[in-house]
Design a binder for this molecule. Structure first.
Ligand code: SF4
Ligand code: SF4
Length: 138
């Protein structure tokens, strides 16, 4: 998948911070030890395949508003390749960022379109239903 024209990661490093990356033995929350500001990934040419392959949905999906860039809303929107859940992944230290109105509105729209929507923050997760109801999810 390629980036929507006009969109790029820029200074965002949310996926290097809030995702669990087993290949790097990295938990959700702390910024990857290979991140070096202001350069970015210090091992870019040798970064693991999982890092090469990852693109969040904001980057590749036109239907996601520009305003929902991960570093602006504290939430990565992505389809989990294992579960096929539509996920809103947040920093464990800011576990309610997915409840921000503009993010929540998008999640409800996704649920209404038939997606199985789950918000996550570290070990916590919630199902988001098309009615706007939410409930803890495991
Ligand atoms: S979260 Fe998305 S926009 Fe941000 S760095 Fe990762 S792929 Fe790029
Ligand atoms: S290795 Fe590089 S691209 Fe991968 S998470 Fe760490 S800083 Fe990000």
């Amino acid at each position: 998948m390629s980036a929507v024209p006009g969109r790029s990661c820029g200074s965002c490093n949310m996926c290097c911070k809030i995702l669990t990356i087993e290949e790097l033995k990295k938990d959700a929350g702390p910024l990857c030890s290979n991140w070096c500001s202001p350069v970015g990934c210090a091992i870019y040419a040798a970064r693991p395949q999982v890092c090469r392959d990852f693109e969040c949905d904001w980057l590749t999906e036109r239907d996601i508003p520009v305003a929902l860039k991960p570093d602006r809303v504290g939430t990565i929107l992505m389809t989990d390749p294992d579960s096929e859940q539509y996920q809103a992944v947040c920093d464990p230290k800011r576990p309610n960022d997915w409840r921000k109105p503009q993010v929540f509105k998008h999640l409800i729209a996704k649920a209404k379109s038939g997606e199985f929507v789950v918000a996550k923050a570290g070990a916590l997760s919630w199902r988001v239903y098309e009615t706007g109801e939410t409930a803890p999810w495991s």
